[in-house]
Ligand binder design. Structure first.
Ligand SMILES: Nc1nc2c(c(=O)[nH]1)N[C@H]1C(S)=C(S)[C@@H](COP(=O)(O)OP(=O)(O)OC[C@H]3O[C@@H](n4cnc5c(=O)[nH]c(N)nc54)[C@H](O)[C@@H]3O)O[C@H]1N2
Ligand SMILES: Nc1nc2c(c(=O)[nH]1)N[C@H]1C(S)=C(S)[C@@H](COP(=O)(O)OP(=O)(O)OC[C@H]3O[C@@H](n4cnc5c(=O)[nH]c(N)nc54)[C@H](O)[C@@H]3O)O[C@H]1N2
Ligand code: SF4
Ligand SMILES: [Mo]
Length: 716
């Protein structure tokens, strides 16, 4: 950057699906984005961005970026890598083509034959995941139920604690015993780490519960390496041991926990010895954890998303959520549980997603079942004839991607993808629409990892013919003849409209405050004195932590991301108590399957990518390394695999290839391959989601990414 010229500085908010929601600065010279930095005066970001975003301005200028609308020419599959061939068209042609095609489909099949498909590729209220809901709900399309992430954890949380954020991540500096449970903080929640280290400096012990030695496990004082998917048994074992050792804060439990006697009975079977057999964690360690967690107050748990990714994930979450209440941790500043601060945000989700536009009886299709929906495996009347994808890349990120690819290749499917790049998904589109990046459009960012609401200014004009997502809905609404006021609002007006300014948590600030300061910490109480449940006050029907649910509680799917839609809830009965549910794919459940595919695989986030973003940039791939498969020395030896060998990971759903990393960071029986790599850029046309299953994990219809068996072989 030329230091001579003083840049113009604009407020930025990282748009990614990341708990940190960094406050940024866009530096602009002569209308060009020359630098993007972390905001120094932000108490959480503290001036630093992560390795993914440290050259965000270059990302905006990536020469591979989509600049113009494209239309497919020739038959499907006639382009590179089995994708389509495209030619440039105008926006006018693109919108008219979409309108004409949709009118045709609606005339024959009805509007539910069209399905939007989006996720948190952009989290913004104006440009992100839910931004299309008002338009698609008005059009009467199938509702896209979104449960990629945290739906199991959130369903369990709402059942147990009600809609409140829990411990402030910044209050962790006051904790004395910090448990990071199924979270790889150093890679996925980087800006929380300094608060944890500060607590450590003040005497706290850091414990990581993770099946393999992640970066974060390596940085902890104590790594508890349990078998994946056995968290429910471990948590119930800790409860059992707390009771046996007389460590329960009975006064807190009597006042603020509903169902303790029943939970005690449930936990009775989970003796430390039994738990050792199930989880692989030594009985003495279970007892030690129970003792230290209960006596080192304040104790706090940071739960990660990965907890929900196996059959019993949400049931395990409920058991973990009980721990701070039994230990009385909630009494203290920095004690309790951090799930998602998002529940406290004064966002008007109903205004943002307009569920009132949904006609009664409209169906919902879950985003993890895209392959089934497109291939006809899911019986649908009408079938899906058009798919509109934005802010997500299902061919990389959804389970059972071979099935999705098969569906996307249907000649009779009209697919539109709004994107930055020709991704693994976009390459199968009929129409591709070029989208703006964060510095090019105005937005308002909530957070699922901090209590800051962050404003994102438009710093530069979009390059080429890129348009903000919000423009899509204006253009398409005009094309489809909708004149509801929401489709005529500017981005500034939408930013303002989606916030409940009268909520006391907004502290009387207004849009002008954001334009001046860029961010605002919602008023949930000061970091250094905040103990939201010292006196109970849980926002549940009983006002208590509900470890025991009313008998008639039904499975429901939680979270604002599912379009606030209540028409298609599951309704299946729920175990009134937390519990341990074994994984779906195990030797016990299916000996034949386990014989063919003896290894369990987990596919956590890559350090150097943000989901599938950046995984097409050569320098980012160099930093992260090509797709690798971590395998234990014992499992490598029996398969004649040496460090660095190309290997194939396969099961009946598909396969992918990567380089073996033989390491005792993973225990025998387990392999680890991180997520995000594009299948088209991998050694073979496959990724970690070629082998994953589209089975739900139970409560909240969460995915089962950690609950899959595979075999690994050397590729000659
Ligand atoms: N660098 C980077 N950061 C990211 C993302 C990214 O792609 N890259 N993605 C963002 C998104 S969308 C999300 S949801 C968050 C997720 O962030 P995290 O919650 O940290 O999720 P993961 O990295 O998938 O998994 C965290 C850890 O859980 C472990 N794990 C897997 N299965 C189990 C299990 O059954 N039990 C236990 N106890 N542990 C298990 C994994 O080994 C891993 O080390 O990260 C966000 N931040
Ligand atoms: N095996 C396995 N699979 C997983 C997971 C796992 O742990 N293991 N994790 C799951 C989780 S937690 C999640 S959250 C999902 C995430 O899945 P996705 O949300 O699909 O993940 P991203 O790769 O971030 O996809 C975002 C896409 O949106 C595009 N995009 C970004 N901003 C914009 C914008 O403003 N406009 C438009 N039009 N496009 C934009 C990006 O270019 C990118 O291609 O993946 C899930 N898949
Ligand atoms: S991806 Fe996360 S850590 Fe990186 S800049 Fe964005 S919010 Fe911050
Ligand atoms: Mo996620």
């Amino acid at each position: 950057m030329n230091e001579q010229i003083k840049p113009q500085v604009f407020h930025g908010a990282c748009p990614h699906d990341c708990p940190d929601t960094c406050a940024m600065e866009y530096h602009v010279v002569d209308g060009k984005l020359v630098d993007v930095r972390g905001k120094k005066n932000h108490p959480y970001t503290r001036g630093g961005l992560c390795v993914k975003l440290k050259d965000f301005h270059d990302h905006h200028a990536n020469p591979d970026r989509l600049m113009y609308p494209l239309r497919r020419v020739g038959p499907k599959g006639s382009g590179p890598n089995g994708g389509n061939t495209f030619e440039r068209i105008t926006w006018d042609e693109a919108i008219k083509t979409i309108g004409a095609k949709w009118r045709e489909i609606i005339a024959v099949h009805g509007s539910q034959a069209i399905m939007p498909y989006s996720y948190l590729g952009n989290m913004g209220l104006v440009q992100g995941i839910n931004s299309g809901d008002p338009f698609f709900n008005r059009l009467g399309t199938t509702v896209n139920e979104k449960t990629f992430c945290t739906s199991g954890s959130s369903t369990a949380w709402l059942m147990t604690h009600g809609p409140t954020g829990g411990v402030d991540p910044e209050s962790f500096v006051h904790s004395k015993f910090i448990v990071i449970w199924a979270c790889n903080t150093i890679s996925t929640n980087l800006h929380h780490w300094p608060f944890i280290l500060e607590a450590q400096k003040r005497g706290a012990k850091i414990v990581v519960v993770d099946p393999y030695r992640s970066r974060t496990a390596k940085g902890a004082d104590w790594h508890i390496a349990l078998k994946p998917g056995t968290d429910g048994a471990l948590a119930l074992g800790i409860i059992n041991s707390m009771i046996e050792q007389g460590l329960v804060d009975q006064d807190y439990v009597d006042k603020h926990v509903h169902g303790f006697p029943e939970l005690k009975e449930r936990a009775a079977d989970f003796t430390p010895e039994y738990v050792e057999r199930v989880t692989g964690v030594k009985a003495d360690d279970v007892k030690k954890f129970a003792y230290e967690f209960a006596t080192s107050q304040p104790s706090a748990i940071r739960i990660g998303v990965a907890i929900e990714r196996s059959a019993g994930g949400a049931q395990a979450s409920r058991a973990i959520y009980a721990l701070p209440a039994l230990a009385g941790s909630w009494r203290h500043v920095g004690g309790g549980m951090l799930q998602l601060p998002l529940w406290d945000f004064p966002v008007d989700w109903a205004k943002a997603a307009r569920p009132d536009f949904i006609k009664p009886g409209t169906r919902a299709i879950n985003n993890l079942r895209l392959g089934q929906a497109l291939t006809g495996e899911m019986k649908l009347d009408p079938p899906i004839k058009s798919l509109f994808v934005f802010c997500t890349n299902p061919v990389s990120q959804s389970p059972e991607t071979n099935k999705i690819v098969q569906g996307l290749q249907r000649e009779d499917l009209f697919t539109v993808v709004a994107e930055h790049f020709i991704t693994d998904t976009a390459k199968y589109a009929d129409i591709i629409l070029p989208s703006t990046m964060a510095g090019e459009a105005e937005d308002m960012m909530w957070s699922w990892g901090t209590f800051y609401l962050t404003y994102n200014e438009k710093a530069v004009d979009p390059p080429g013919e890129c348009k903000p997502t919000s423009d899509l809905w204006r253009l398409l609404a005009a094309e489809m003849g909708f004149d509801d006021p929401v489709f005529k609002m500017t981005d500034s007006e939408l930013c303002a409209a989606y916030i409940n300014w009268d909520d006391p948590k907004m502290g009387g600030v207004d849009m002008d405050y954001f334009k001046e300061h860029g961010f605002y910490r919602i008023d949930v109480g000061p970091v250094d004195t905040r103990a939201p449940h010292a006196e109970g006050k849980f926002p549940t029907p009983s006002g208590k932590v509900e470890v025991l649910l009313p008998e008639d509680t039904k499975n429901f799917v939680a979270g604002p991301f599912r379009a606030m839609y209540d028409g298609d809830q599951d309704g299946s009965p729920v175990d009134p108590l937390p519990g341990y549910v074994a994984m779906r794919e195990t030797a016990e459940a299916d000996a034949e399957l386990a014989k063919a595919f003896p290894l369990n695989i987990i596919t956590p986030k890559s350090h150097g990518f943000l989901n599938s973003c950046y995984a097409n940039e050569p320098h980012k791939i160099r930093g992260q390394g090509e797709q690798f498969v971590m395998i234990s020395p014992a499992d490598a030896e029996t398969r004649s695999i040496r460090h660095g060998d190309p290997v194939r990971v396969a099961n009946s759903r598909g396969s992918f290839e990567g380089l073996a990393r033989v390491t005792d960071d993973v225990p025998p029986g387990l392999v680890v391959a991180t997520l995000g790599y594009w299948r088209s850029l991998n050694r073979s046309d496959g990724s970690v989601n070629s082998i994953s299953s589209d089975a739900w994990s139970g409560l909240g219809r969460a995915p089962t990414y950690s609950d899959n068996l595979v075999e690994v072989t050397r590729v000659n």
